[in-house]
Write a protein that binds this ligand. Structure first.
Ligand code: ATR
Length: 275
């Protein structure tokens, strides 16, 4: 019996070795009975990623740090949402070999957040002003929420706030800010810097809800201190799972097993997978 070659997907980034995306995607394809394989590919620059994408005849790819913006000008097409956010995290190759760029981070954020909290008419203090913050602000606006940017470098926060027509505060003045929910979009708190939090714990009581986009570790210092301050907390796991699930939808046209994907990642993060 001959086995047909699997459809190939890749994750382009640098570094990519510790990503949980391959585990999550491959578990989904297995459950969906799709003969596909998703592999991490460490590249030096965006041009190398696109060259490999074309040469290896990949059906699709995820793009992560630090290439989400740099790949945009190398693609044949980029959708309007990615242009507004200024980042592409998903590449789809069509039957003619043309490469199109999309962004699923914003919908991942929206779906992850909506598992706990309705967004419409609520206020959100968004910490950070980089690529992740842009996807979060876009998602909040799409669902009728009111974003407010809080950033360490005030000018960068103000620039983002002008683009999305909202207010900005310097992180140094966060004690003056209150909102329904605070969302950390910086990488502060992520393994291996998991002893850090971007927010002084004394101000957390000003936010009934606190979400961290960091999902490794699941319980970041920010979330632990928020829980101690009496806030309801939301981990970055839902956002991670949903952004990946939306990629699978774009590549296969099918709805992926989101709960299975979440359980596979959760098991790994909690060290219950035997290694
Ligand atoms: P990404 O595209 O992943 O969001 P980025 O563009 O490097 O990454 O943006 C990182 C964000 O995290 C920035 O807003 C950065 O603040 P500055 O604009 O002041 O650089 C923020 N950030 C990084 N380290 C931080 C820290 N220790 N405390 C507070 N904010 C931090």
């Amino acid at each position: 019996m001959t086995r047909t070659a699997p459809t190939l997907f890749a994750l382009f980034g640098n570094p990519v070795g510790h990503s949980l995306s391959p585990l999550m995607h491959n578990a989904a394809y297995e459950r969906m009975r799709i003969n596909a394989h998703y592999m991490p590919v460490c590249v030096d620059d965006a041009a190398e990623a696109i060259e490999r994408m074309r040469r290896l005849a990949l059906r699709g790819a995820s793009v992560t740090i630090p290439f989400k913006t740099a790949v945009m000008s190398l693609l044949d097409q980029v959708d309007d949402t990615s242009c507004t956010i200024g980042a592409v995290n998903t590449i789809v190759r069509d039957a003619n070999g043309r490469l199109a760029g999309y962004n699923t981070d914003w919908i991942g954020l929206v779906r992850g957040l909506e598992e706990s909290l309705e967004i419409n008419d609520k206020t959100f203090a968004i910490v950070g002003a980089g690529g992740a913050a842009r996807a979060v602000v876009f998602g909040i606006r799409q669902r009728g929420g009111i974003p407010l940017i809080v950033n360490r470098t005030p000018e960068r926060g103000e620039k983002l706030a002008r683009e999305f027509d909202c207010l900005a505060y310097p992180l140094a003045r966060i004690a003056e800010v209150s909102a329904d929910c605070l969302i950390n979009t910086t990488s502060v708190g992520m393994t291996p810097d998991d002893g850090m939090s971007p927010i002084v714990k004394e101000v957390l009581k000003n936010f009934p809800w606190v979400m961290d986009c960091v999902y490794n570790p699941l319980q970041t210092r920010l979330l632990l201190e928020a829980a101690q301050a009496g806030c309801a907390t939301i981990t970055g796991l839902g956002m991670f799972v949903h952004q990946g699930a939306e990629q699978i939808k774009l590549w296969t046209g099918q709805e992926p097993p989101r709960e299975l994907m979440k359980q596979v990642v959760l098991k790994k993060l909690e060290g219950r997978d035997g290694d």
